[in-house]
Design a binder for this molecule. Structure first.
Ligand code: CP
Length: 360
């Protein structure tokens, strides 16, 4: 598709001032009454909300096991429409959100790239999002730019026709709904051993540019006695802002490049891939860092209850022979994504009580 003009740049009065505030001071801008309205940062979630959403996801899952339950879920929100604006590649976030909408009866529209939208004519991203809000009741976005969801939600909230915005991944910055599904998965994997409290979790790979490990790290402040181990090559170490956040909330963490040495000590291993899409030099980005891969010969070294997670997609970080090991939780993890996103959407549209009532 021919591009007719560069995208129009628009300046919104008050945006820069808002953007530069600490997140703690910004979260109220994305609430409505006593509820979360837009989902932008992982820091918006507290323990009560996380526990509640996990229970709600379990309820939706249980209802969806029967035809009658599925029909009840589909009749909750048939009057709502959602737009999936995914202009950065995605398989599971897109599909899990789309199917979460369909489980609840919501009709969906989608844009999978800017080349077929009026952005090629020079329309700004903010006007594009505002246009979606003219037609739908919910916008779910995935964008290569850090802070994109935050800005568009803020802009919409200044208009007389706002709709909730859910951040499905914004550049190397945040992926808050991935963090929700990671928590849901960890709580389920540790269900028989006291849940996530008191656990030691290793995050492995490209921690510098991986938004999933950033958002998940933020959520650790909600759990008791958590310890983190960041395992990364020197060039992909976790950024200082997250380490400062952990210090502030007294969450102990260590850093190492010696993956094998920490394997016997941890309750969960969260693997990630190298995020080459944010690199500028394809030659240096070709390195696969095999010392940060999980291989079958590592399995005897890890604890019998150790949960192996990965936000996916994977490349070579986890050998496919590990998939059959009962500790490999990543395929269960991606299914958890659909249920927790259905729970989130039900909460946003305030049909969560109807779901719980069905089971009481
Ligand atoms: N985990 C995740 O965000 O996957 P996708 O990029 O496939 O959506």
């Amino acid at each position: 598709m021919e591009k007719y003009a560069e995208q129009t740049q628009q300046e919104f009065e008050g945006w820069e001032e808002f953007f530069n505030k600490p997140v703690d001071e910004k979260v109220n801008a994305f609430r409505s009454g006593n509820r979360i309205y837009d989902v932008i940062y992982a820091q918006q979630f507290d323990r009560a909300f996380l526990d509640y959403l996990c229970r709600l996801a379990d309820s939706i899952r249980l209802l969806a096991k029967t035809k009658v339950g599925q029909s009840k879920l589909r009749h909750l929100l048939p009057h709502k429409r959602a737009m999936l604006y995914f202009v950065q590649p995605s398989t599971r976030t897109f599909l899990s959100f789309q199917n979460a909408c369909h489980i609840l009866g919501i009709t969906t529209s989608e844009t999978r790239g800017t080349s077929t939208s009026s952005e090629v004519k020079g329309e700004s991203p903010e006007d594009t999002i505002r246009t979606f809000a003219s037609y739908v009741d919910l916008i779910i976005s995935r964008h290569p730019e850090a802070g994109f969801a935050e800005k568009t939600a803020w802009v919409l909230n200044q208009t007389d026709h706002p709709v909730p915005v859910l951040n499905g991944g914004s550049g190397p910055d945040q992926h808050p709904t991935q963090a929700l599904l990671d928590i849901y998965t960890l709580e389920r994997e540790f269900r028989t051993i006291g849940g996530l409290d008191g656990k030691k979790i290793a995050m492995v790979g490209d921690l510098k540019r991986g938004r999933t490990v950033r958002s998940l790290s933020y959520l650790m402040k909600n759990y008791q006695d958590i310890e983190l181990v960041y395992v990364a090559p020197e060039i992909f170490k976790m950024k200082d802002d997250i380490k400062e956040f952990l210090d502030k909330h007294r969450i102990p963490f260590t850093e190492t490049e010696d993956f094998e040495s920490i394997m016997p000590d941890v309750d969960a291993i969260y693997m990630t891939r190298i995020q080459n899409e944010y690199g500028s030099d394809p030659t240096s980005e070709a390195e696969t860092f095999p010392q940060f891969h999980l291989r079958p010969h590592h399995l005897p070294k890890i604890q019998t209850h150790c949960a192996i997670l990965h936000p996916l997609p994977r490349r070579y970080e986890i050998d496919i022979r590990i998939d059959k090991d009962p500790r490999a939780a990543y395929w269960r993890q991606e299914r958890c994504g659909m249920w927790i996103r259905a729970a989130l959407i039900a909460y946003i549209f305030r049909v969560d009580d109807d779901i719980q009532d069905e089971l009481s």
